[in-house]
Ligand binder design. Structure first.
Ligand code: NAP
Ligand code: MG
Length: 500
C-alpha cells in the first residue's frame, strides 16, 4: 500500500487533468462534424466530467479515409519492422511516464479503483503494446516445399484499415490488446471506445502521435455505438473489425459485414464462466481466495467473471464459511480514489440497475443471499458490494445469464461428473476455472471443459503470450493475445515464382 498516494492526492490529480474531449483523427483533435457532444460521467460521484465529441457517420468516413491514405502512403505500413517496433516502444515509454495521470483518468471515467488501474490496467496495457511490438521484427514467413522449378513464398501482409470497437470494462487494456498487434503489423486503426469510457483511449492516441506514429495511423472516435459503431461495421473500406462487448452487438457486426464488403469480423463476447472444485481438493484456502477474485474482480464487470461456483455438496458448509471470511477480510468496496478499496463503482447508472435487477430476480426465484445484495449508501455513487447466493439451481436466471456484476452463485453437486456436465451446460465458453489436487484430473477435466481458457488451481486468463477468446457464443473469428492475435490483422499471400 505504501507506494500509493492518498485519496486526496488522486482527487487533486483528477481535478487538474487536461481532458481530451475531441475525436483524434489524422494526428489532431477535431470536433465531430455535426458539432454533437455527449456527456461522460464519473460514476463514483455522478458528476459530469466532460462533454466529448459524439462522432457520426461523416466522422467515421473521414477517419477511415485518413487511415486508408496513411496505409497507402506507407510511412507506417512499409516502414522497416524494426523501426516500427522502436516507435511503439517510444509510445510505451510515454505511457509509462504518464502512468499515474492515465490511471487516474481511467479510474475517474469508469469508477474502477485507482489502485487496480495502477497495478493492473496500465502495466498490462503497456506490456501488451510492448510484447506485440517485439513480434514486428521476430516473426518469420514461410516457404512452400516446391521443386527446383519454382519458389512458393507464403507471406503475411498487413490487412489495411482495422476498426477496433471497445467495451467499457477494461478501456485501455482492450485498446492495447487490439491496437498492439494491429499496429505492430503495419495497419492503420480506427478505434471506437465505449461512450462512457472514451477519455483514456483519446489520451493515448495523442501519446502515440507524440511517439512518432504518423498521422492517420491511429484514429480514435468516441460516438454512440448504434451510429459510429454501426458505420464502422458497414464501411466498405474497413478491412477487419475487432470487437469486444456483448453477444447481442457482436451478432450485429456479422450482419454489417454480410451487408457490406465481407470484412473480417473478430468477436470477443460474454460468458457465464464456471468455477469447478473437484472432490479431491483438500485445502480450501487457495480455493476461496481465487473464488472471490473470479467472482468480484473489477466489480464483476469482467467477461471471464466466474458466477457459477460448482462445489462438492459434502464440502459446501466449509466453503461458505471460508468464502465469507475471505470476502469480509479482503474485499472492500467504496471510493475508487481510496487506494485501500479493491472494488469501486459500477460503470454507469444503467448497468447498476441491470445488476440490481438480477439480484432481485435471484431472490424472487428462491435464492438466499449470504452476503451483500444491497447497494452501499455512499453519495450518489453506484456501489454494489460482493453478493453471494447460496444453493442456486441450474435453471435459475442468475445461473444462466451473464450478470456482469459482483454477484455469484454457489451451486453444490454430488460428483465430479455432475460438476463437469453442469460447467459445460451453457451457451457460452469463454473461460473455466478448475481446482483439483490431481495432475491427471487437471489434464482430463481441463480438456473436457468447453472453454477458450481453462485456469487450473488459479483464476488467471493467461498473459500476453497466450491466446484469449471464446468457444460457442463467447467468440468468433479469432483470438486476442498471443502470436495468434496477429493473424486477424494480416492477410496470407502466396507468391509463386516460376523459375523455368
Ligand atoms: P456492448 O454494448 O456490446 O458495447 C461494446 C461496444 O459496442 C461499445 O463501444 C458500444 O458503443 C458499441 N456498440 C453498441 N451498440 C452497437 C451497435 N448497434 N453497433 C455497433 N457498435 C455498437 O457491450 P458493453 O456493455 O460495452 O460491454 C459489456 C459486455 O462485453 C459484456 O457482455 C461482456 O461479457 C463483454 N465483454 C467481453 C470481453 C471478451 O473479451 N470476451 C471482454 C470485455 C467485455 P457505446 O459505448 O456507444 O454503446
Ligand atoms: Mg465515464
Amino acid at each position: 500500500m505504501s507506494d500509493f498516494l492518498t485519496r486526496a492526492e488522486y482527487q487533486n490529480i483528477a481535478e487538474h487533468l487536461t481532458l481530451p474531449t475531441e475525436a483524434f483523427i489524422n494526428g489532431e483533435f477535431v470536433a465531430a462534424r455535426s458539432g454533437k457532444r455527449m456527456e461522460t460521467v464519473n460514476p463514483a460521484t455522478g458528476n459530469i466530467i466532460a462533454e466529448i465529441a459524439a462522432c457520426g457517420v461523416e466522422d467515421v468516413d473521414y477517419a477511415v479515409q485518413c487511415a486508408r491514405a496513411a496505409f497507402e502512403r506507407g510511412d507506417w505500413s512499409q516502414k522497416h519492422p524494426t523501426e516500427r517496433k522502436e516507435i511503439l516502444h517510444k509510445f510505451c515509454e510515454l505511457m509509462r511516464a504518464n502512468m499515474v495521470e492515465l490511471a487516474v483518468l481511467e479510474s475517474y471515467d469508469s469508477g474502477k479503483p485507482v489502485s487496480e488501474c495502477l497495478t493492473v490496467d496500465l502495466p498490462e496495457t503497456i506490456h501488451s503494446f510492448e510484447w506485440h511490438a517485439e513480434i514486428a521484427d521476430k516473426r518469420y514467413d514461410s516457404l512452400a516445399p516446391t521443386g527446383l522449378d519454382a519458389v512458393g513464398l507464403i507471406v503475411r501482409e498487413a490487412i489495411g484499415v482495422v476498426a477496433c470497437v471497445l467495451p467499457w470494462n477494461f478501456p485501455l487494456m482492450m485498446a492495447g490488446w487490439k491496437m498492439g498487434p494491429a499496429l505492430a503489423e503495419g495497419n492503420s486503426v480506427v478505434v471506437k471506445p465505449a461512450s462512457v469510457t472514451a477519455l483514456s483511449t483519446l489520451r493515448i492516441a495523442e501519446l502515440a502521435s507524440e511517439a512518432g506514429i504518423p498521422d492517420g495511423v491511429v484514429n480514435v472516435l468516441p460516438g454512440p455505438g448504434g451510429i459510429a459503431g454501426e458505420a464502422l461495421g458497414l464501411h466498405p473500406d474497413v478491412d477487419v473489425v475487432s470487437f469486444t462487448g456483448s453477444t447481442v452487438v457482436g451478432r450485429k457486426f456479422l450482419q454489417y459485414s454480410s451487408q457490406s464488403n465481407l470484412k473480417k469480423i473478430v468477436l470477443e463476447l460474454g460468458g457465464k464462466s464456471p468455477f469447478v472444485v473437484l472432490d479431491d481438493v483438500k485445502d480450501y484456502s487457495k480455493v476461496v481466495e481465487n473464488a472471490a477474485a473470479a467472482s468480484f474482480w473489477n466489480m464483476g464487470q469482467n467477461c471471464t467473471g466466474n458466477s457459477r461456483l460448482i462445489i462438492p455438496r459434502s464440502r459446501k458448509d466449509e466453503f461458505v464459511e471460508l468464502f465469507l471470511q475471505e470476502i469480509e477480510q479482503n474485499w472492500s468496496t467504496g471510493d475508487p480514489f481510496e487506494p485501500t478499496h479493491n472494488l469501486g463503482s459500477m460503470v454507469s447508472k444503467g448497468h447498476f440497475e441491470t445488476v440490481m435487477s438480477y439480484i432481485e430476480q435471484g431472490t424472487k426465484e428462491g435464492g438466499k443471499i449470504l452476503t451483500g445484495g444491497e447497494p452501499l449508501a455512499i453519495g450518489s455513487g453506484l456501489f454494489i458490494p460482493p453478493t453471494v447466493f447460496e444453493s442456486v439451481v441450474k435453471d435459475a436466471t442468475i445461473a444462466k445469464e451473464e450478470i456482469f456484476g459482483p454477484v455469484t452463485a454457489i451451486m453444490p453437486v454430488d460428483s465430479d461428473e455432475e460438476a463437469l456436465a453442469l460447467a459445460n451446460d451453457t451457451e457460452y465458453g469463454l473461460q473455466a476455472t478448475l481446482f483439483t489436487d490431481s495432475v491427471k484430473k487437471a489434464h482430463q477435466y481441463g480438456r473436457a471443459l468447453k472453454a477458450g481458457t481453462v485456469s487450473v488451481n488459479c483464476f488467471c486468463e493467461g498473459d500476453a503470450t497466450t491466446p484469449f477468446g471464446g468457444y460457442k457464443m463467447s467468440g468468433f473469428g479469432g483470438r486476442d493475445n498471443g502470436i495468434q492475435a496477429h493473424d486477424q490483422y494480416t492477410e496470407t499471400k502466396t507468391l509463386w515464382i516460376d523459375l523455368n
